[in-house]
Design a protein around this ligand. Structure first.
Ligand code: CDT
Length: 302
């Protein structure tokens, strides 16, 4: 997806999604992957004090009035889709805000929902910075783990943006036999904490997804927002990665653009049965620290 500005309405975004959906359908596509927080600008870059105003960036129902046309058209065309959005919900009497994604099947029924676990950025206002990254202020940590579902002739899972940088994300799904991970992302072209050249940000984006695809024997479909939203750049670089770690399709624009690939699940077996045959080679008695310790502690043997 190209840029979505602060003033752009959800209706105008959905009109763009519908165009992509129809183009995808005419290309024989079965599943379309839209980005993280598809329906609005990447609002965590803005400091907002008033909770009522913050809540205007969230969806209280899915589908809602603005998104229903997308669900209806997809069902009519018989095409599935993945959509990231900000979810406002009430759980056990408490209001919750999640960075959420769903997969909808070709029959229009919900296949699954995921809520982002690894929220990046900060919670406080950094007034000295040109933009903010306030996911830790605006969202609660996802509480659904990393489920996988049967769908699109394989085993499908999701993660969202910063989750893709963490090997734990992928290994949990890998241990559940995932064959296709779909994810959306909004990665600013500059780092909010320290200088980093754009080429390095794009390199890290692809590096983590290509290595994770290979290490877990899964296809990856990664859908970015790109271009400059109200002057703030996003790296884009949407791509489709095979279980060998090879990139088989990549966006070459910063606008709305369809890229496609045919997913051959036999390639998952090739990796899962040989190099990353978990049952044959994993040594779980050596991995305890991964779930018992959060931060690194220098702990030498001498
Ligand atoms: N949306 C999102 O998760 N973006 C992060 C940026 C991290 S920099 C604070 C990412 O991993 O791309």
């Amino acid at each position: 997806m190209g840029a979505i500005h602060r003033a752009d309405s959800r209706e105008s975004v959905v009109a763009r999604l519908l165009e992509l959906l129809r183009e995808a359908h005419s290309n024989g596509v079965e599943l379309v992957v839209f980005p993280e927080l598809t329906l609005t600008t990447f609002f965590p870059r803005w400091w907002i004090e008033d909770q009522d105003e913050i809540d205007t960036w969230f969806e209280t129902e899915m589908p809602g009035p603005a998104t229903r046309p997308l669900f209806e058209e997809a069902k009519k065309l018989g095409i599935g889709f993945h959509l990231g959005y900000a979810e406002l919900t009430v759980e056990n009497g408490a209001t919750r805000h999640y960075n959420t994604a769903i997969i909808v099947g070709k029959d229009g029924n919900l296949i699954g929902k995921y809520r982002k676990v690894h929220l990046p950025g900060h919670a406080e206002h950094r007034a000295d910075k040109p933009f903010q990254h306030l996911e830790k202020r605006y969202f609660d940590i996802g509480n659904l783990g990393w489920p996988v579902w049967k769908g699109f002739n394989g085993v499908v899972g999701m993660c969202i943006c910063n989750d893709r940088r963490w090997p734990e994300t992928w290994r949990v799904m890998g241990l559940k036999g995932v064959e296709l991970v779909v994810l959306g992302y909004n990665t600013p072209d500059s780092n909010v904490y320290h200088y980093e050249p754009v080429h390095l940000r794009q390199f890290h984006n692809h590096l983590v997804m290509q290595s994770s695809a290979y290490q877990n024997g899964t296809w990856v479909v990664a859908s970015a927002k790109a271009g400059r939203e109200d002057g703030f750049g996003l790296i884009g670089g949407s791509c489709i990665i095979a279980p060998t770690g090879e990139m088989v399709a990549k966006a070459n624009s910063e606008d709305d653009e369809l890229i496609t690939a045919t997913v051959d699940y036999a390639l998952c077996e090739y990796i899962k049965e040989h190099q990353f045959n978990f049952a044959a080679h994993r040594q779980i008695d050596q991995y305890g620290l991964i779930t018992s310790r959060t931060g690194a502690v220098v702990e030498t043997e001498n």
